[in-house]
Design a protein around this ligand. Sequence first.
Ligand SMILES: Cc1ncc(COP(=O)(O)O)c(C=O)c1O
Length: 414
Amino acid sequence: MKMQAKGRQWPDLQGEMLDRGRDDAKWRDGRTAVYVFNAGEDIAEVQRQAYTAYMSENGLGPAAFPSLAQMEKEVVAMGLGLLHGPDGAVGAMTSGGTDSITMAIKAARDYARAERATDAQANIVLPRSAHLAFDKACHLMDIEVRRVPLRDDGSFQADVPAMALACDRDTIMMVGSAPNFPHGIIDPIEALSAHAVASNIWLHVDACVGGYFAPFARINGVPVPAFDFELPGVSSISADLHKYGYAAKGASTVLFRSDALYQHMPFDMAQWSGAPMKTPTLAGTRPGGAISSAWAVMNYLGVEGYCRLQVQVCETREKVARRVTELGFEVLGDPILGLIAFRHPEQHAYAIYGELYRRGWFTSVTKEPPSLHLMLSPKHADFIDEYLEDLALCLAAVASGKASPVKTSSLRYS
Ligand SMILES: Cc1ncc(COP(=O)(O)O)c(C=O)c1O
């Protein structure tokens, strides 16, 4: 496609652009349970207005935009406050979970190099269920990834003794998730922390999904086990604002127990023709809107607002768990946050997924074991009955052999 010789009028473009979204997943109607976190129109409006207010400003220049620098500082401080950051704990905003994870690994690697003065091939040890962002980051940095099978007791949790056995003197990081994406289960972070302390290994908690959800669940009385800096072995945490923080996309936090650990994250360089530059995270230019929108949504909701939304999400998850159990599904493990995965003993999850997809539900699947997967938003409370009715119909269609075969290609997500 060639660029047009002449520009077009905005109203014309706007119409075409909106029209192009016609066949997209219908997330506003609650028909997606992946990719989008829908907390309602008022929050979306705060996101939009706050984003556009700083859309052109650049977080790369804290001296030019002290407003953004201060907002980032306050966002990070709120994150550390929620996640029991001790005195001296620090962090930064990044563009997302993958960025936060990459930067935590970079910091752990450089910390190990500085502390241990070794050139040996570094490795990280993580449960099978941890997000693939760890593999991507390790691929970039040429770090070995040691994935360890989960416990085989149906808990879908990390097997801590097996992970401990997989560690050696070149292990620069162990990982636990709070929760993991495939099953929505929190790993035994306390046991991981104990091993991290005993072996002097950096423990990273991937709370990209739970970081801005689990603290409010706990305030509301959900028995969330300790998973954050409250545990002495936790060195760093990734916690996404563009997930259950309900901020506009492009916003996450990466947090460190101390400045001594954090200092291994920024990239500081003067050996080129341009001005010396120090960047805290992977990005150079950092969209000001991602920072301002996160700051605005956090302040708009406050603890009270997040607690209210947490109840809404967990009530929806409980409703799903009850109904799918009645339908003969088995919920994987014991999810307590906003994610749930469930499988059927007789009917294949992907066949049911295919039927749901044909009815306009864009949800997700888990591969090990093949299961249906939902990452619930507050707004799902309004649509979940419809989903559950369709789920029952789809299950019946698959059970009666009337469902058309599912193409595995339709199970890819990008
Ligand atoms: C547990 C977990 N960690 C990390 C990520 C990566 O986050 P992002 O897609 O923002 O890079 C995700 C994404 O869903 C996740 O669920």
